[in-house]
Design a protein around this ligand. Sequence first.
Ligand code: ADP
Ligand code: MG
Length: 484
Amino acid sequence: MNYLATIGLEVHVQLKTRSKMFCASPVEFGAEPNTHTCPICLGLPGALPVMNHEALRLTVLTGLMLGCDIAPICKFDRKNYFYPDMPKNYQISQYDMPLCTNGSVPLHDLAYPKDAQKNIATRDKEVHLVRIHLEEDVAKSFHFENSTGIDFNRAGTPLMEIVTQPEINSPEEAFAFLTALKQILIYGGVSDADMEKGQLRCDCNVSVRSEKQTELGAKIEIKNMNSISGVRRALAYEIQRQTSLLESSERLEQETRGWDDVAGETFLMRTKEFAHDYRYFPDPDLLPVKTEVLLADVRERVPELPKAKRARFVEQYQVSPYDAGVLANDLELARYFEAAAKGAKKPKNIANWILNDLQNALGAAGKTIDDCPIPPEALDELVNLIDSGKISGKQGKEVFAEMFATGRSAAAIVKEKGIEQLSDLSAIEAFCDEVIAANPKPVADFKRGNVASLNFLKGQVIKLSKGKANPQLAGEILERKLKR
Ligand code: ADP
Ligand code: MG
């Protein structure tokens, strides 16, 4: 019997605002515990929330980037529950009127894990969304040996929840979805989406059913995943676990599980016998806002998205779709490429230098493109020197290494080292005449049809020029002179 897996993700994204969702306390990761708090985000009685309009804009921007429908009115509800990290006993969230509905995230080959890129089940798949709503993050608990501490710095951080349709079919697709989504969020400046900082977190819902069954199997939720590779491993484990239970004719029930990254296993947290009743009701402290007033402003902020950028790079710069994908994967790398390629005669060569030599050098030096010692215009200059034959490809590599180490320009290094190739036709012609006069035998051999003699003569020209003559030009000139 064949089994099918169905996955739906609930992704939480912290928005990149300066202040929190409903108060003026700053949003800052890694600050001393409980230093960025006020009566509102501490949930003290009587404190009144004030909406952060930038958070509304960033959520609407996400909706526009993902092709969602935007609700005409933005309204907040109270989700009631008791939990130590939520002392006002309700979380401000959105229930029946999420800011965004529908929309989708397009997957692309390079978003899949490297080892799975050759084996993609559905290329260019789009994963559809149910909704995107805005809420406040809660405080964070730290469990010590004999006590628990709570840090309220995180409480009240604007948090966007993105819910997908149950239409992801493998751990690799879930990986690709999160990678592609993260990229779009970074492109829009919506979030830094750094999972290590908890800026992007994810609950994975997964069920398995036999291929003969039409309705989905029991939904099992894995809570609080904080790395994309962890999501892949947890889903693979869980699909395997559920499949073997079904194979031994066990019944699966809806439940919530955790992920032990070290053991590489999921574990039972709770069985959900009945749905929670959060007693949602509209928050009377917050008046609804018409989104129309935000939309005009937000439309202007929609950037070129990764998919469009990849297509444009192929079209405008004639780079391969693969190279375009690697360049567009990283917004900073894409910016660097465009800055270097904008005036270049052969932008494809610029892409090659960036993706090979520059990436390798950055990797070896533990640097990123942000602190690259070679400015983009300087790389363009180097590639021009090579493409125009002023220096050889091999010399180019040496000059590149020196540029990377010192930050100096290619022209200055070439001049100092005196390695410029001689491309001055009259000078090379003079060397050729001299070599022809001094080597009557090889000249006669060539004229009789011994093609190899030309290489010997070319070598002599280069030797005479102390290695500076452009070999291709020297060959062409010799041939022209000897064929006469
Ligand atoms: P809940 O109300 O319990 O939060 P939802 O219906 O809102 O459940 O779905 C939450 C997430 O679970 C969504 O991403 C959805 O796509 C996914 N999901 C729902 N049912 C299933 C299922 N049977 N198998 C896998 N994923 C599912
Ligand atoms: Mg849910």
